[in-house]
Design a protein around this ligand. Structure first.
Ligand SMILES: [Zn+2]
Length: 466
C-alpha cells in the first residue's frame, strides 16, 4: 500500500514535471554550413557595422555538437538533417531513414501528431536536404520529385522558400502522380508564387509559398522582391499561432552556398539574415516566456573558415567586408554579360565595377587598407584575361549554347577580399568541425555540453511524446 502510494505520487510528480516541460511553441533555426567561425565572423562584422552582437550567440544554453554521419566523419546536409530532425545517424545522402532503410519519424511529424501547427522555412529549395529532413523519407536527397510528394503527404501547415528545381512535374519519375503543385492544391494547399500572394495568406489555410524555382537570392544580392527569413518567420507566427501551438523550422540555407564558394561577405550576410529571424522568435518568446523554446544550430561547417589568415600576416579586419556589395556569384554574372557584349573589353573597364561593388582602391594612399597591391592587381588581371579567353573561345564555337560559367575573375576578386579582411578558407566543401547549438526557454536546459547532432532530434521528439 505504502509502495503503491509512493509510486502514484512519483507518477503524478513526473507527469506534472513533464507537462510543464512541453513547450507549446518551438522554433529551431539551422544555418546550413554554419559552425562557430561563421557565427563569430558574422557577429564581429555585425558589431562593427552597428547591428550589434548576434541574438543566437546570446542564448543561455549552449552545446558543442558533433556532426559525423553514420558512414563518414564529414557529414552532408541530408544525414545531418536526419540526425537533427529524427534523432538518428544515417549515411550521407539519406533522408528520414536509418542506413538500412528503416523509416524514422521526425520531431516535426511528432509535433504535428501532438496537435501543433508546423512551418518549414528555407532560403534554398524547399526539397533541399535540410528542410526535407523534417518531412521526407527517401534513400536519396536527389529524388526531388518524390521529396515533394512527401512534403504534400506531411500535411504540414506552412512551407516557404525556394522551389523544386525543374522537378515539379517530373514525368520520368517511376512514382509520377502529377504536377506537385496541382497535387498540393488537391490536398488543400494554397500555393503562393510571389511575395504579394504570400503576404496575402490568411490563417486557417495550409500554404506553400515559393519565391524562386531553385534557391532564393543571397541576402547580400537581395532587391526586396523576395521576403527575408525574418519576414517568413513573422508570417509563420501570424498564420500558425493558436491554442495548439506550433513548431517552426527555419533554415539559412545559403550560408552553405557562400561557404562552398569561399565568399566571406556573402556568407556572413546570410548568417545575419538568419539571426534577424532568430530575433523575431526571441521577441515572440518574450511575450510567451512560459511556453516557448528557441534553438539555433548549424548542420555542419562549410569551407574551413578561419578568423585570421597567415597569408596576410594573421590580421583580422572583418569590417573591410562592408565594402562588398554583391556576391562573387553576382559579379560573375555581371562580368559574363559584359564580356558577351564585347569580348575585347579591356581590364580597365571593370576597375570601376570593382571599386563600386568591392571597394577596391587602385591608386591612392599606401595606408588605405583596400589599396590593391601590384601583385594582387596582376593576379586579378590574369584571371580576367582567362575568363575573356574562355568567352571568346565559346562564342566562336557554333555548337556551344552559351559561354558557360565564367568564374575565374570573380574567384580572384573574392580571394583578394578575404585576404584584406584576414579570413582564411581551407576547403571548398564541408568539414568535420563540430557546430554550436544554443537555446533558450522551456526545455532548453537539455541542450548543454559536448553532444551529438542526434541529441537535438532525440530530445525534441521526447518533448512531443507527452
Ligand atoms: Zn553544403
Amino acid at each position: 500500500m505504502k509502495t503503491k502510494k509512493f509510486l502514484m505520487a512519483a507518477f503524478a510528480g513526473s507527469w506534472v514535471a513533464t507537462f510543464a516541460a512541453a513547450p507549446k511553441y518551438v522554433f529551431i533555426f539551422i544555418g546550413d554550413g554554419m559552425s562557430m567561425p561563421q557565427r563569430m565572423v558574422a557577429e564581429e562584422f555585425s558589431m562593427k557595422i552597428g547591428h550589434g552582437p548576434l541574438a543566437m550567440n546570446s542564448l543561455p544554453y549552449q552545446a558543442c555538437t558533433r556532426t559525423k554521419a553514420a558512414n563518414s566523419i564529414i557529414t552532408d546536409s541530408a544525414a545531418a538533417a536526419t540526425a537533427i530532425a529524427c534523432g538518428h545517424k544515417t549515411n550521407n545522402g539519406m533522408l528520414g531513414m536509418t542506413p538500412d532503410g528503416e523509416r524514422v519519424e521526425s520531431c516535426a511529424e511528432r509535433a504535428k501528431a501532438a496537435g501543433r501547427k508546423v512551418g518549414i522555412i528555407t532560403t534554398v529549395t524547399i526539397v533541399h536536404a535540410t528542410p526535407a529532413g523534417f518531412y521526407a523519407h527517401r534513400k536519396s536527397r536527389g529524388q526531388s520529385y518524390r521529396i515533394a510528394l512527401d512534403l504534400i503527404a506531411s500535411g504540414f501547415d506552412y512551407f516557404a522558400g525556394g522551389g523544386v528545381y525543374d522537378k515539379f512535374d517530373d514525368r520520368k519519375d517511376p512514382e509520377y502522380r502529377g504536377n506537385v503543385f496541382d497535387l498540393a492544391r488537391g490536398a488543400g494547399y494554397v500555393i503562393a508564387t510571389n511575395k504579394a500572394e504570400w503576404a496575402a495568406l490568411k490563417p486557417g489555410t495550409k500554404s506553400w509559398s515559393r519565391f524562386a524555382d531553385s534557391a532564393m537570392d543571397f541576402s547580400i544580392d537581395s532587391d526586396g522582391s523576395m521576403p527575408t527569413l525574418a519576414e517568413m518567420v513573422s508570417k509563420a507566427i501570424e498564420l500558425l499561432d493558436g491554442p495548439d501551438g506550433f513548431f517552426i523550422m527555419c533554415e539559412g540555407g545559403k550560408v552553405d552556398y557562400a561557404g562552398h564558394a569561399n565568399d566571406a561577405a556573402t556568407n556572413l550576410r546570410d548568417v545575419i539574415a538568419l539571426d534577424d529571424a532568430v530575433k523575431v522568435a526571441m521577441a515572440f518568446q518574450d511575450r510567451h516566456p512560459g511556453d516557448t523554446l528557441v534553438i539555433a544550430t548549424g548542420d555542419h561547417e562549410t569551407g574551413g573558415m578561419s578568423m585570421g589568415f597567415a597569408g596576410t600576416g594573421g590580421r583580422f579586419k572583418v569590417e573591410f567586408l562592408a565594402n562588398q556589395k554583391c556576391s562573387a556569384e553576382k559579379l560573375s554574372t555581371i562580368v559574363k554579360k559584359m564580356l558577351k557584349e564585347s569580348p575585347d573589353r579591356p581590364f580597365e573597364d571593370v576597375k570601376p565595377l570593382l571599386a563600386e561593388k568591392f571597394g577596391f582602391v587602385f591608386d591612392g594612399d599606401a595606408k588605405d587598407p583596400m589599396l590593391i597591391t601590384p601583385a594582387e592587381l596582376a593576379n586579378i588581371k590574369k584571371a580576367f584575361e582567362s575568363d575573356r579567353m574562355k568567352v571568346k573561345k565559346r562564342m566562336a564555337d557554333t555548337t556551344a549554347h552559351d559561354v558557360g560559367r565564367v568564374y575565374v575573375f570573380a574567384d580572384a576578386v573574392k580571394r583578394t577580399m578575404a585576404a584584406h579582411a584576414g579570413i582564411g578558407w581551407s576547403s571548398g566543401s564541408h568539414t568535420a568541425l563540430p557546430t554550436l547549438t544554443t537555446a533558450k526557454g522551456v526545455g532548453a536546459d537539455i541542450l548543454v555540453g559536448m553532444s551529438e547532432n542526434v541529441d537535438i532530434g532525440i530530445r525534441l521528439k521526447k518533448l512531443f511524446m507527452q
